[in-house]
Design a protein around this ligand. Structure first.
Ligand SMILES: [Zn+2]
Length: 266
């Protein structure tokens, strides 16, 4: 049930025929877990909290760095050197005290991921590393939790919508993690801060639609965003029969830690 202040707070949601009071109650009953409270997690967490998602879980083991402030809009100068998970929780709690916020100042691994994800209706993945992206993809498959993965680099972003067993998964496209150091990250290649905002907001929008049971434009697809040309391309991705996780002859039978191979030719 929504309280009178909640009805007022969420009135611009409730006015939409696609949401209404019932839809807002659905959002209040939802649990969303956000992996990574960085450039993507910042806008996603802010919009999810503002929208009235009943329980939001935040996972990040990093501390705020001065270089983060260019794009990680949950943090201010006074946040530097403080744990991101707690800073993020404090900021979204001050935005909306009607919701439950759980923060995990730990790095996801095969032994803690089930406990942290348990009961989540949806996972948003916005970490900056492939170990976590593959681990989260695998865990969501075994735990049967829908997943929206995103990544950003330079002027570009990608968002993937995955429903375990129904759509393709991250490994259907990328099979196994790349060699360490073979792919540049934002720390090495740079990124436009507002591109993180754009892509994180797409993750939040698709989440809210999923939780409301509305048409889900992203699941089963990859959306590529090129902010240089302002071209958005959505491509439907079929399931891959040779996928090591969800293919016909899978080689991955349980959630395992992901270790990147190092490039030994250096
Ligand atoms: Zn797959």
């Amino acid at each position: 049930m929504l309280t009178t202040p909640e009805l007022t707070r969420y009135s611009r949601n409730i006015l939409l025929s696609e949401v209404g009071r019932k839809g807002q109650e659905k959002l209040k009953d939802s649990i969303v877990t956000v992996v990574g409270a960085g450039g993507l997690g910042s806008p996603a967490l802010y919009y999810l909290a503002a929208a009235g998602i009943g329980e939001i879980r935040i996972i990040d083991s990093d501390k705020v760095d001065l270089t983060n402030l260019q794009r990680q809009i949950l943090y201010s100068t006074s946040s530097v050197n403080k744990p991101k998970s707690q800073e993020a929780a404090d900021v979204i709690a001050s935005l909306n005290s009607n919701i439950k916020i759980v923060s995990h100042n730990e790095r996801l691994n095969a032994s803690n991921i089930e406990r942290i994800f348990e009961g989540s209706h949806l996972i948003l993945e916005g970490s900056d590393n492939f170990e976590t992206k593959f681990l989260v993809n695998d865990a969501c498959y075994f735990l049967n939790i829908p997943l929206i993965i995103a990544g950003i680099l330079r002027f570009e972003g990608q968002v993937l919508g995955i429903k375990p067993k129904q759509t393709f998964c991250y490994r259907c496209v990328f099979h196994s993690p790349p060699d360490a150091d073979s792919v540049p990250n934002c720390a090495e290649a740079g990124v436009i801060g507002s591109v993180a905002g754009l892509v994180g907001s797409i993750q939040a929008t698709e989440s809210i639609k999923y939780l409301l049971g509305l048409e889900q434009g992203l699941f089963g697809s990859i959306l590529s965003v090129d902010a240089k040309t302002m071209e958005f391309r959505k491509i439907s991705i079929p399931k891959n029969k040779t996928c090591p996780l969800c293919g016909d002859n899978p080689s991955i039978a349980k959630i395992e830690d992901i270790v990147l191979k190092s490039c030994d030719w250096e």
